[in-house]
Design a protein around this ligand. Structure first.
Ligand code: S3P
Length: 416
């Protein structure tokens, strides 16, 4: 008799959780947010918006957010959360002051990409390119910008600033990035329009209020990918992941795993943020090539995909992914270093990496304090003995990851 799939309910989507809280905190009225991710990164946004004047309260598992005009936020601790810092920079610029600080990793990450745009919109020039940053509210005017770096955080920061700026603020992206901001702003009544131009999709927004909007946060497809990879690399294992976010700007990891040979079945239930059930079954994997427009659609999933590549036959080549170097760690070096530590041939390139699948025998992996490196290599531990250097970083996005991994390990053992 075939084994029943191992079912894992993944926690709420991190990107959507930040936006549901932040945008409603800027809006008028009260919104109910269900399925919010309860992890450190989102906690930073919750505390930040409270310091700015929004009222939050829990009703069971539902977070009720009451928006308010913002006042000076004092010192806002963004922790490890790039989304909190960058989206707040844009949201604050026309509205309120605050001092933004972060942990050692976040304090190294580039903020110029947001600051330059805000300064061109009329914000006071900042002497520094990284946190800590002192933000003063200013009268902003619109700007027409064509992006060079594919970044949903930069896009979101500019649109949030544009909602409080005089005239039209436009952001053109040559390659599409996650569109959670656009979806939610539209649902909240923002005057946001989108047109296709030769340079890419041009989003434009005008000054205006936001009205409260209830949000049902789907399961995080980035968290779900760890389990998809677990199934993909363990022949005979099948996982079932209900209520996973299936926004097409986020689902390239599913396409890639399928291309590598994993058996995937997706039932999409639709909605403002589409979600559905994903089932993955392990089969022999083969290497693949990942580049171009696919990259922003799986940027956070590349550590997990690299682990799938380690157990695949042949070569996997990732390019056009230089952004990996400025994530929670330099993920190109962290991935390649991790793969080599477990016996897999891998090579770093300026904008990606190459993995020669096979040969994994296990070892100790340095996570560089990066949650996604810790989780990806712990999944490799289902096939070969792996020790990761620390596990506390998973608190930022997936506090229940290790108990869930142990449950999966027990289920594999009991079915063996
Ligand atoms: C995010 C956008 C991406 C992603 C990050 C979350 C967001 O970053 O890597 O984990 O919520 O907008 P970039 O915008 O820097 O690519």
């Amino acid at each position: 008799m075939p084994r029943a799939p191992h079912r894992i309910v993944v926690p709420g989507d991190k990107s959507i959780s930040h936006r549901a809280v932040l945008f409603n905190a800027m809006g008028e009225g009260q919104a109910r947010v269900t399925g919010l991710l309860r992890a450190e990164d989102v906690h930073r946004t919750l505390i930040g918006v409270q310091q700015l004047g929004a009222q939050l309260r829990w009703e069971g598992d539902v977070l009720v957010v009451a928006g308010a005009p913002w006042h000076h936020g004092g010192v806002i601790e963004c922790g490890n959360s790039g989304t909190t810092a960058r989206l707040l920079l844009g949201a604050l610029a026309p509205r309120a002051g605050a001092r933004l600080v972060g942990d050692a990793s976040l304090s190294r990450r580039p903020m110029r990409r947001v600051l330059d745009l805000l300064e061109r919109m009329g914000a006071a020039p900042q002497a520094h390119a990284t946190l800590p940053l002192e933000v003063q509210a200013a009268e902003l005017h619109g700007l027409d910008h064509v992006a060079v770096v594919a970044s949903a955080q930069v896009k979101s920061a500019m649109l949030l600033a544009g909602l409080g700026a005089e005239g039209e603020t436009a952001y053109t992206e040559p390659v599409s990035t996650r569109d959670h901001t656009e979806r939610l702003l539209r649902a909240m009544g923002a005057r946001l329009s989108s047109t296709m131009t030769p340079a890419g999709a041009r989003l434009s927004v005008r000054r205006g209020p936001l009205s409260a909007c209830d949000v049902r946060v789907p399961g995080d497809v980035s968290s779900a990918t760890f389990w998809m990879v677990a199934a993909a690399i363990r022949e005979g294992l099948e996982v079932e992941l209900p209520d996973v976010g299936l926004n097409p700007t986020r689902t390239a990891a599913l396409d890639v795993l399928q291309r590598m040979g994993a058996e995937l079945r997706v039932e999409d239930a639709g909605g403002v943020e589409p979600m559905g059930v994903v089932r993955v079954r392990g089969r022999g994997l083969r290497g693949t090539t990942i580049s171009g427009a696919e990259v922003p659609r799986l940027i956070d999933e590349l550590p997990a995909i690299a682990v799938a590549a380690a157990f695949a036959e042949g070569e996997t080549v990732v390019s056009d992914a230089a952004e990996l170097r400025v994530k929670e760690s330099d993920r190109i070096e962290a991935i390649v270093g991790g793969l080599r530590s477990i016996g897999v041939e891998a090579e770093a390139r300026p904008d990606g990496f190459v993995v020669n699948g096979g040969g994994a025998r296990g070892g100790e992996v340095a996570t560089h304090g990066d949650h996604r490196i810790a989780m990806a290599f712990s999944v490799a531990g289902l096939c070969v003995p792996v020790r990761v250097s620390e596990i506390s970083s998973v608190q930022t996005s997936y506090p229940a990851f290790f108990p869930e991994l142990e449950r999966l390990r027990a289920s594999i053992l009991s079915g063996a």
